[in-house]
Design a protein around this ligand. Structure first.
Ligand code: TYD
Length: 131
């Protein structure tokens, strides 16, 4: 779980709609300890701006579009466009993440840990210095 990874989830599509699903340890590489969702974001809202020390996440854009930029401590920058509920992005620990919400985006987040503020690094200088 060192590198970000874009997943394509299984989907059952029929004329009633599209059903997507995933299972812990099979479709995502951790046990699910927490689920969160982000709604009602203003257009072009930027969120994130932090890294997690040990927690991993998979984020899914259920509606709209989320542009994600991930950066590691060596300055490697990876960009992703989440514009489909088929896709999920694995954000491993110690990647700095920023997200731009567009088109009334809804984000579903799956986390490997319970919430603790002490798992966050919110200061970019501290993050870059913590190699
Ligand atoms: P944060 O992770 O900084 O949001 P984003 O990365 O989307 O900008 O979280 C915002 C606030 O919500 C912060 O005070 C921590 C709190 N929070 C929880 O209490 N539980 C959670 O599961 C999450 C994700 C955040």
């Amino acid at each position: 779980m060192k590198k970000p990874e874009l997943y394509e989830f299984k989907t059952i599509e029929d004329n009633r709609g599209d059903l997507h699903f995933l299972e812990e340890l099979k479709d995502v590489p951790f046990e699910l300890k927490r689920i969160y969702w982000i709604t009602n974001t203003p257009e072009q809202q930027v969120r994130g701006g932090h890294a997690h020390k040990t927690g991993a996440q998979v984020i899914i854009c259920q509606q709209g579009c989320i542009e994600v930029v991930l950066e590691d401590q060596k300055g490697q920058v990876l960009s992703y466009t989440l514009d489909s509920p088929h896709k999920g992005l694995l954000i491993p620990p110690m990647w700095w993440g920023k997200m731009l919400f567009k088109d009334r985006a809804l984000l579903l987040g799956l986390a490997s840990d319970e919430f603790t503020e002490s798992d966050y690094i919110r200061d970019k200088k501290e993050y870059l210095g913590a190699v």
